[in-house]
Write a protein that binds this ligand. Structure first.
Ligand code: ATR
Length: 474
């Protein structure tokens, strides 16, 4: 496995890479040096000034896709490597853990002002805009984030190592090349002490959750401790299944249709947000053996939005008034947003909006969406096979908006296609699915979830692609 360091120019990637390489007795590679080796220019600045940024980016992609070093290696990337998703995909293909070295803009400014070798930092305002644009991309790509402000490269390297140990489950081992290679090649199998997590539903055979969770267990090397299986449990079998689950001390139970409400009276404790939503999709056995219910569909909506925007004070339109809409409404309200509920049946929108002090509209009054910062679509309109349908006319979509759809088949609904054409930032429903699973993974295992692995599994299964986003106007 490789450790790939991401971060803005001046974050200390090269120095930290050298310290890490020394500590681990492995090599480090500087992608900028590999780029220079391909170019006729003497410096990166010369490539930028003489050939232009596009030429540099092409070389960068070529290096990411073709360099042939043997794992494990520490890779120090250029700050702009996140500009192209194919760079990250290529680096990821060589089995990599992405570490984002996060440095505040003020610290970067102190470090870089006056450094003429940094072509993109010659104008502070432009650098600030670039920083704001790239920050969510680093966050999105990273398996872990390490703050570097006020820390020496040695201190940063130690934290990176702790994070790598934590994520790979090698807490008590020294991370050596052999250990890292072994980590990628030895499959773990369940044992007598393996904790069992399940998904209960009817139907359930189509569920992506077992594959996503099991691959994630493997990725952070906890597949000996946890296994995730699906069980078809019909509505009338829930109570019987519950008695069995308690007796067998299952670690976690993911509830899907038709159990999200029916499970609630059986639980020992209910998370306050799940109580407000009135639905539970995640049940966890606590250390004292009692079972507590959560609703991670809320995180499924809120985490992807928060990665891109601060929801406080924003106007968020929730389309629909069913179960998925409830998770969205209470999640965004909890994050400080103003809520507008739009629904085919106005009375249902009114009832839901009233619970959070929001406003309600019929879908016929979709014009109100024009003034919203965020749209979260939760109805079944546009789902395969009705892929030409959209609950909103394209005329209400704006470039500054963030538009998310709960539907993940098709990967990009008609609404999202219209939003993309309008210049808006779109979030496919698959991301909502991944993040409800991320929150669930962390509740079941107590470990940070390997988000990019989970995203990869879902995109492979649904044959979709995660797009690198353009900069949003606001
Ligand atoms: P879920 O739990 O997945 O949210 P649900 O509770 O069945 O599903 O809710 C379905 C939502 O999709 C409702 O908001 C429903 O609108 P109504 O309240 O008017 O029934 C909405 N919906 C379903 N089919 C629709 C359609 N063809 N046009 C517009 N809205 C539709």
């Amino acid at each position: 496995m490789n450790i790939v360091l991401l971060g803005f120019m001046g974050a200390g990637k090269s120095t930290v890479a050298s310290v890490l390489a020394e500590k681990l007795h492995i090599s480090s590679v500087e992608l900028d040096e590999e780029i220079l080796a391909l170019s006729e220019r003497p410096t990166i600045s010369a490539i930028f000034s003489l050939d232009g940024e596009d030429a540099f980016r092409r070389l960068e992609t070529q290096v990411c896709q073709t360099w042939g070093l043997v794992s494990p290696v520490i890779v120090s990337t250029g700050g702009g490597v996140v500009e192209r998703s194919e760079n990250l995909d290529a680096l990821r293909q060589r089995d990599a853990l992405f570490v984002f070295l996060h440095t505040s803009f003020a610290t970067l400014q102190e470090r870089l002002e006056g450094d003429s070798t940094r072509p993109l930092f010659q104008n502070v305002e432009a650098a600030r805009a670039l920083f704001d644009k790239r920050l969510p991309r680093y966050m999105n790509a990273a398996d872990c984030i390490v703050d570097t402000d006020g820390k020496t490269p040695e201190a940063v390297a130690s934290i990176v190592l702790d994070e790598v140990h934590r994520l790979t489950g090698n807490r008590h081992k020294t991370l050596r090349p052999s250990a890292m290679v072994q980590a990628c090649t030895c499959p773990s199998v369940p044992s007598a002490s393996t904790e069992v997590c399940l998904i209960w539903g009817d139907p359930v055979s189509h569920s992506l959750s077992p594959r996503m969770h099991n691959e994630a267990y493997r990725e952070i090397e906890v597949a000996e401790q946890f296994v995730f299986v699906a069980a078809q449990v019909q509505a009338q079998e829930l109570e019987q299944a519950w008695v069995g689950a308690r007796a067998m001390k299952f670690r976690g139970i993911t509830c899907t249709i038709p159990h999200k409400q029916a499970i609630i009276p059986l639980l020992d404790e209910l998370d306050p947000l799940a109580k407000k939503v009135g639905a539970v999709n995640t049940v966890v056995r606590l250390s004292d053996g009692r079972y507590k219910g959560y609703n991670t569909d809320v995180e499924g909506v809120v985490l992807p939005l928060k990665e891109r925007i601060d929801l406080a004070g924003k106007r968020v339109a929730i389309v629909g008034a069913g179960g998925a809409a409830r998770a969205a409404v209470f999640g965004v309200q909890d994050a400080g947003a103003e809520v507008l509920v739009l629904n085919r049946t106005l009375e249902k929108a009114q009832a839901l909006a009233e619970e959070v002090g929001g406003s309600a509209y019929s879908l016929q009054d979709a014009d109100v969406v024009e003034g919203c910062d965020v749209i979260v679509q939760t109805t079944s309109v546009g789902m395969t096979p009705h892929i030409e349908d959209s609950p909103l006319p394209s005329s209400v979509l704006r470039p500054s908006q963030l538009v998310m759809d709960a539907i993940y088949t098709p990967w990009e609904t008609r609404l999202l296609q219209d939003a993309r054409k309008a210049g808006a930032t779109v979030i496919p429903g698959a991301e909502m699915f991944v993040y409800q699973g991320v929150a669930q993974f962390e509740l079941y295992t107590g470990c940070s979830a390997p988000v990019s692995t989970m995203k990869r599994i879902v995109s492979e299964a649904l044959e979709g692609t995660w797009h690198v986003e353009k900069e949003r106007a606001s």
